[in-house]
Write a protein that binds this ligand. Structure first.
Ligand code: URA
Length: 176
C-alpha cells in the first residue's frame, strides 16, 4: 500500500516536492525506519541520501554490507517544515503505509526517537533502550525490533556512534 501521488492525509503535503518511498531490498526482511525526509530526500525522492544517509551508508559498509541489502524507510513520507520532528498526527496518518512496508519484516530497526516513539510507543532516553531487542506489533504479528540512535545523533557523540555501529554489526550477523 503506497500513498496516492496526491496524498493529502496530513498537512505535510503542502510543503513537499516528492513523496519519499522506501528504498532498497525488501527480500531479506531487514527494515530500517528513520524519522522523516530532509531537504535532500525531499528533492530526490529517496530516503537517507543526505548527510545522515552518508553516515549510515559508511557504517553499513564498515560492518560488511550495503544499503541495497536492506529496506530503508521513514515514519512519514513527506518532509516536515524546517526538519522539525513529525507530530503524532502526521505519523498516525502515514502509519498504514509504514505498516504495509513492515508486513513481511524479519527485523525492524528504529533509527532515533521519532521511529521509537511511533513504533514502540517509547518516549524516554535512547540510552536506556539502545540495542536492546524487543518486539513491536505489525498487523497481528510480533516482529523483532531494535531501537538505536539516528545517524544525525552520532555526529558529535562517540557513544551513540559506537552504538549505531553495533546495531549494524547485529544486522550483519543476522544476514549470515
Ligand atoms: N533523516 C531521516 O530520518 N530520514 C531520512 O530519510 C533522511 C534523514
Amino acid at each position: 500500500m503506497r500513498p496516492d501521488p496526491d496524498c493529502s492525509l496530513c498537512p505535510l503535503c503542502s510543503g513537499r516536492t516528492n513523496i519519499v518511498l522506501p528504498d532498497g531490498n525488501p527480500a531479506p526482511g531487514i527494515i530500517l525506519v528513520g524519522e522523516a525526509p530532509g531537504e535532500n530526500e525531499d528533492l530526490e525522492g529517496r530516503p537517507f541520501v543526505g548527510r545522515s544517509g552518508k553516515i549510515l551508508g559508511a557504517m553499513m559498509e564498515e560492518a560488511g554490507f550495503d544499503r541495497s541489502d536492506v529496506l530503508i524507510t521513514n515514519t512519514v513520507k513527506c518532509r516536515p517544515p524546517g526538519n522539525r520532528d513529525p507530530t503524532g498526527e502526521e505519523m498516525a496518518a502515514c502509519r498504514p503505509f509504514l505498516e504495509s512496508e513492515l508486513m513481511d519484516a524479519r527485523v525492524v530497526v528504529g533509527l532515533g526517537k521519532s521511529a521509537c516513539r511511533d513504533l514502540m510507543g517509547y518516549d524516554g532516553p535512547m540510552a536506556d533502550v539502545v540495542n536492546i531487542p524487543t518486539t513491536i506489533c505489525v498487523g497481528d504479528r510480533d516482529v523483532p525490533f531494535i531501537p538505536t540512535y539516528h545517524p544525525a545523533a552520532t555526529i558529535y557523540n562517540k557513544n551513540s556512534r559506537a552504538e549505531l555501529k553495533r546495531t549494524m554489526q547485529i544486522l550483519k550477523g543476522m544476514m549470515e
